[in-house]
Ligand binder design. Structure first.
Ligand code: C2R
Length: 183
């Protein structure tokens, strides 16, 4: 008799009877090198502003693949809900992370190197199905964090309220700043 394999992917962290889930909103910011720090800091700044807890990790799919897997297991056990993954050059880090977890991964291409980040952008955005990475613009750390907040807002009404207020403020600022413009 033919056996049918389970179509549901096995979670990275095996089922545990101990409730590991922490109800706080949790984002992990993972990046390939210390040299990516200025771009990743833009994401951290927005998360802090929105009151979202985050942890940051320098890891590399190319340089320390075993440590990457180990850390992902730990983050899942701690209840991470969104991962922001930034890298430059042949940026495989976000895709490799996405291949190892069902936690949504936001890819942030970093412009380190002679190609201005286009290399990283294409490496991150062109993922084969069914392993998507939600990719933001080159060096746009702020947008990576805004998208992370929007994902979390599906579950946390207080964060949704904050985002709604931020949008209202943005519109009011825009109208005020663009009143009576002269050329
Ligand atoms: P160094 O400055 O350390 O030489 O790194 C990093 O994200 C960084 O932008 C140069 C660039 O290499 C990237 N890097 C990756 C990966 N690991 C490091 N793209 C990876 O695993 O994808």
């Amino acid at each position: 008799m033919a056996t049918v394999s389970n179509p549901i992917p096995t979670p990275l962290f095996p089922y545990s009877p101990i409730p590991l889930y922490n109800p706080l909103m949790k984002v992990a910011i993972i990046f390939g090198s210390q040299s990516d720090k200025p771009v990743m800091k833009k994401a951290a700044d927005v998360l802090r502003e929105m009151g979202v807890e985050y942890s940051s990790h320098v890891l590399s799919a190319h340089r320390v693949p075993e440590l990457l897997t180990e850390t992902l297991r730990r983050l899942e056990a701690e209840g991470v809900e969104v991962i922001i993954a930034g890298a430059g050059l042949a940026a495989h880090l976000p895709g490799v992370i996405a291949s190892q977890t069902l936690v949504p991964v936001i890819g942030l291409p970093v412009s380190s190197g002679g190609l201005g980040g286009l290399d990283a952008l294409l490496s991150i955005v062109q993922m084969p199905r069914p392993i998507p990475v939600a990719t933001v613009g080159i060096d746009n750390g702020a947008n990576a964090a805004h998208l992370a907040c929007q994902i979390l807002a599906l579950k946390y009404p207080a964060l949704k309220d904050k985002l709604t207020l931020a949008r209202l403020k943005m519109k009011a600022d825009f109208e005020r700043e663009n009143q009576g413009v002269e050329l």
